[in-house]
Unconditional design. Structure first.
Length: 240
């Protein structure tokens, strides 16, 4: 049995999916699939990451020789919680682990996205994604995840990053201060940072990109705003 087959069999036995691994590492499921299918070989960098995150032996991942797990790794504690830096015991029933997974709406946000395109996806065919609940998450009906396709917020938010957001009620728009938002206004639908909120006094917001390649500010009139989502945290991001 090859390294990839043995690794896939081990993860399947433990009830760990490729989606779980991708979310933990901040990479795409496709990338994980290529590693587990043998289409991509483990390099030193990925071997180090998998060793640190999951307790697999770096030498075994690179050469197939020796033990699959590091000598000091307890087989039941190789899946580390990246948020709290603690291990999750894999001996727990799969159902117990999945209680921490929450289903939320999922949208793609492209640089050319319009409000009309967003509305056209707001029907029974809307996509959903399961994410791990973290302390402080607001995962009610207002929650959703956007996959960002542009680079206006790089380097903090890279293209293809998935960002957990929650929709802000219009009655609270005037309270938004210095945060990243996904906002639909006029016919645009973008992710920007709120640098100034003048909705109370002068009926507009001032938005800007974090990416220095996109200087300047945008003035958004209150009457043009359709909806605003506050960005809470990045749930996954590609490794470049």
């Amino acid at each position: 049995m090859s390294i990839h087959q043995e690794l896939s069999a081990y993860l399947e036995k433990k009830g760990i999916s490729q989606v779980d691994i991708a979310e933990e590492l901040g990479v795409t499921k496709s990338y994980v699939n290529q590693l587990l299918s043998g289409k991509k070989q483990f390099g030193k960098r990925q071997a180090n990451i998998w060793s640190e995150k999951f307790g697999f032996s770096k030498s075994w991942l690179l050469t197939g020789e020796g033990s699959m797990l590091d000598d000091e790794t307890d087989e039941n504690y190789i899946w580390k919680n990246s948020k709290e830096d603690e291990a999750i015991k894999l001996g727990h029933p799969v159902a117990e682990i999945r209680e921490e997974m929450v289903d939320v709406r999922f949208f793609y946000l492209t640089p050319t996205a319009t409000f009309q395109e967003y509305c056209s996806s707001e029907d029974e065919s809307v996509h959903h994604i399961k994410i791990s609940r973290m302390p402080g998450d607001r995962l009610d009906e207002s929650a959703c995840v956007f996959e960002i396709r542009g680079d206006s917020m790089a380097p903090q938010i890279q293209p293809k990053a998935r960002v957990l957001c929650h929709e802000i009620s219009p009655t609270r728009w005037h309270q938004i201060r210095d945060c990243v938002v996904v906002i639909a206004y006029a016919d645009r639908f973008v992710i920007k940072r709120v640098v100034s909120n003048k909705l109370d006094s002068e009926n507009y917001l001032v938005l800007a990109s974090d990416n220095p390649d996109y200087p300047g500010e945008e003035i958004v009139q209150y009457c043009d705003i359709r909806c605003i989502f506050c960005a809470d945290r990045i749930i996954s991001q590609p490794i470049y």
